[in-house]
Write a new protein. Structure first.
Length: 272
């Protein structure tokens, strides 16, 4: 028998203790920092939890996190269709998530993926001695939040929420009165510290501003938690090299994907 239902707080607490944080950092963030704003639909097959599809609506696109527990038992199309109805999303909306290779293949087997997946690295800080001594970036003030949001959007950043800017430390570098580089955190508490939203204006790139911000944010992050993470597209080799130079190492490689919520059974049949 197959059942789908919203997960209880007790079940979410159990999952926090089961999830490998480094392999499933996005889902772990939903269980912790995004828990109050996320909804979790679980699929049960014969009373066994097989998979979870979590959703938040705060980003500029429908954002999901998928966690597969019993890969051989999960009835994936049923989970997707139940979630689509429960979250009241239409067939044509473009959603986003980050997937490991096995989960990417599962989504592809039902024709859900749109566009080309982008390879994405999760990196963890491991060498304190490589951080910079400089502290030239300044805290972003409350009255500057709107300006920072505008800056990030203009520079093409979409993986952030307004609440992250308001809740987490955020740093900026200015040329005169205008921001030329900003950076902050996606998540910032004892459960999870993840640096994100590091953006430098095009004309000022190559001057080490992103490196300075990353170093300073890493120092701040380690005041809250032992482990500090960040994510970067694998094709962005200059940024990857900067992070390695600051003492980060890759712990997982996944894919950022856009996907739809309408399974194509013909694709699955041909894949088999």
């Amino acid at each position: 028998m197959v059942l789908h239902r919203l997960l209880t707080g007790e079940t979410l607490d159990q999952l926090i203790n089961q999830v490998d944080r480094e392999k499933h950092l996005l889902f772990y963030s939903y269980l912790t920092q995004r828990r109050g704003k996320a909804q979790f639909i679980g699929q049960y097959v014969d009373d066994h939890l097989t998979a979870v599809l979590a959703y938040i609506s705060e980003l500029s696109f429908p954002a999901f996190s998928f966690y597969c527990i019993e890969r051989d038992e999960v009835l994936f199309p049923e989970l997707i269709m139940f979630a689509r109805e429960a979250y009241r999303l239409n067939d044509h909306v473009t959603c986003g998530t980050i997937l490991c290779e096995h989960d990417l293949q599962l989504f592809q087997s039902y024709g859900l993926i749109t566009g080309t997946p982008q390879r994405f690295l999760t990196m963890k800080h491991v060498d304190q001695e490589k951080l910079l001594a400089s502290h030239n970036a300044e805290d972003v003030k409350v009255e500057e939040y709107d300006e920072v949001v505008h800056f990030l959007q203009n520079e093409g950043m979409r993986f952030f929420t307004r609440s992250e800017i308001e809740r987490c430390p955020f740093l900026g570098i200015k040329d005169g009165k205008n921001f030329i580089a900003v950076g902050g955190f996606h998540f910032y508490d004892a459960h999870l510290v993840e640096i994100g939203n590091i953006v430098t204006r095009q004309a000022y790139r190559g001057k080490g501003l992103g490196k300075l911000l990353t170093s300073q944010l890493t120092i701040i992050g380690k005041q809250r938690a032992a482990d500090v993470y960040l994510g970067v597209l694998s094709e962005n080799e200059p940024a990857v090299n900067v992070y390695k130079g600051l003492g980060y190492e890759t712990t997982a490689e996944r894919s950022i994907v856009d996907f739809k919520l309408k399974p194509d059974y013909k694709c699955h049949s041909s894949a088999n």
